[in-house]
Design a binder for this molecule. Structure first.
Ligand SMILES: Nc1ncnc2c1ncn2[C@@H]1O[C@H](COP(=O)(O)OP(=O)(O)OP(=O)(O)O)[C@@H](O)[C@H]1O
Length: 494
């Protein structure tokens, strides 16, 4: 059913329609011209009145008109982004529509032919019951989930992860705030944030010690001590002369002795002392993180599962070291499996990095940024995908963000965030970015290879508990009041 007509000038990208009635931004329409049906997206609607135009400055004029006739003539127009011809190849329109071309809402069948042909259902086309399904294999080209706080990032991660696992895939979520670890996500594989020092690089261990890159003498002392320590322990384990329990209990002392040993000729004793202090501080902060019985982190990962490493008990340096360690081992283990046709990590995996603006900050050279950058560049051919999640896109490293071919962008209002996302995406246009402010919670724009066209989707609500959901403050206060009243009654009646 025709809802309006193209008016004024148009290009093969944009057109303006005069409508009979209001429709919402984000609706899909079809413009019929030259025997073609062209799918378009309403990116902006606006109204106006030929009688009361912007130049009017006399309020009495309006009051007099309204006295005679309450219905003041007005028009409704819409800016239409022309997307594709509704043919098999969804080819770009090669000629613009002429004024007078009729426009109508796209039918569900037309929308299904464009948006419902992937493997993983993520939600519905905004304003319709048409399912949006993304193409699973395209996630190998990485994904960024970006939005303002409270817009639905965690819900999107939960919906995506659980459905990827249901389809036989494997996801690893680095759970920064502990909101997935105790959630009701199906196929959940909970992994405690343990690290076996024997599997760490010196760089990872130095990060855990908060030993800065420019502390060269300290780093040299630590490198010599740590390498000798690891060699001797591995030898002791092979000869069965050392127990893991003994290691867990005496690790700090054994390593400190090694530091003393390798730095006995060091002129600058303060550097050695600083390394010893950092090892003791480390023991105080991360005693529960170190476990020589933990084996290789790769062995904890399961296929057809949502693997969740709970990082909420660690501080930023600890999180950086753990995440970097996992990413390094995953990339190397997938390479080993691909190149040797066996061993290593036997299945592709998607790693979800929450609070990515912290771990992949454009200001800081974190260990995680190094390994995430490696995976962003070379992970695709080894079946290692990245999913970065952030509510502060402008804080993200632009090299990594620009490698995220796919994007799910929920409500975003901050202008510098929107500008940064636009500048680091070659498949996002300005008119789509302008849409972001008007999205409701759970509504998103999806672009990239996971969809055939820019898609406005209402993400399904994750059916289950997520620890990070907004607390029900009133309910919790009420419960406290009821407990206090019950205690008061018990005290009075004995
Ligand atoms: N698709 C959706 N449909 C309905 N409600 C949703 C949807 N997505 C999120 N919500 C609700 O909105 C609130 C915030 O969601 P969520 O925690 O996923 O947002 P967030 O962007 O991760 O927030 P934060 O930045 O604080 O972590 C929650 O109460 C959640 O239930």
């Amino acid at each position: 059913m025709t809802i309006g007509y193209i008016v004024g000038s148009a290009t093969t990208e944009q057109a303006t329609a005069l409508l009979e009635k209001k429709i919402r931004n984000g609706y899909y329409v079809v413009v019929e011209y030259d025997d073609e049906k062209v799918l378009g997206l309403v990116t902006q609607t606006f109204t106006g009145s030929p009688l009361l135009d912007n130049n009017l400055s006399d309020i009495e004029f309006i009051q007099k008109i309204k006295k005679f006739n309450n219905s003041i003539p007005y028009f409704i127009k819409a800016r239409i982004k022309l997307l594709c011809k509704l043919n098999n190849s969804l080819s770009r329109p090669d000629i613009p529509p002429v004024a007078g071309s009729p426009i109508r809402l796209a039918t569900d069948e037309e929308l299904r032919s464009v948006f419902s042909n992937g493997e993983i259902k993520v939600g519905k086309v905004i304003g319709t019951d048409v399912e949006v399904k993304i193409r699973l294999n395209s996630l190998a080209r990485h994904l960024a989930i970006l939005a303002a706080t409270g817009s639905g990032k965690s819900n999107t991660v939960a919906v995506l992860s659980s459905r990827i696992a249901e389809n036989g895939g494997s996801v690893l979520i680095f759970d920064y705030h502990g909101e997935y670890f105790d959630s009701e996500i199906p196929r959940l594989n909970q992994i405690e944030p343990k690290i076996n020092p024997l599997k760490l690089t010196v760089g990872e261990f130095a990060t855990l010690l908060e030993l800065r890159e420019n502390a060269n003498i300290q780093y040299r002392i630590l490198r010599r001590a740590f390498k000798q320590f690891v060699e001797e322990v591995n030898k002791g384990i092979a000869e069965n002369t050392i127990s893991f329990v003994e290691l867990n209990n005496n690790f700090v002392q054994l390593l400190s002795d090694k530091v003393e040993q390798v730095s006995k000729d060091e002129k600058r004793k303060e550097s050695r002392d600083e390394v010893l202090n950092k090892i003791e501080d480390f023991a105080d902060r991360y005693a529960e993180l170190i476990d020589f019985t933990f084996g290789d982190v790769i062995d904890r990962l399961k296929v057809r599962s949502v693997n969740v490493v709970n990082l909420s008990s660690l501080d930023e340096d600890g999180i950086d070291a753990v995440v970097a360690h996992y990413l390094r081992r995953i990339l190397n283990a997938r390479k080993e499996n691909k190149l040797k046709k066996n061993g290593g990590l036997k299945f592709p995996i998607l790693s979800v990095i929450e609070e990515a603006h912290v771990l992949l900050s454009k200001e800081e050279n974190t260990l995680t940024k190094h390994w995430a950058g490696r995976i962003a560049r070379e992970g695709r051919k080894f079946g290692v995908g990245l999913v970065i999640v952030s509510q502060r896109p402008k804080g993200l490293d632009e090299n990594i963000l620009s490698q995220m071919t796919n994007k799910i962008i929920l409500k975003m209002v901050e202008p510098t965030d929107k500008k940064y996302v636009l500048e680091t995406s070659d498949n996002l246009s300005e008119d789509l970015v302008d849409e972001l402010s008007s999205l409701d919670t759970g509504e998103a724009i999806m672009v990239g290879n996971i969809v055939r066209l820019p898609t406005l989707v209402k993400i399904d609500k994750f059916e289950g508990k997520l620890a990070g959901s907004d607390p029900d403050l009133l309910k919790e206060w009420k419960e406290i009041e009821e407990i206090e009243n019950r205690n008061a009654d018990t005290a009075f009646w004995g």
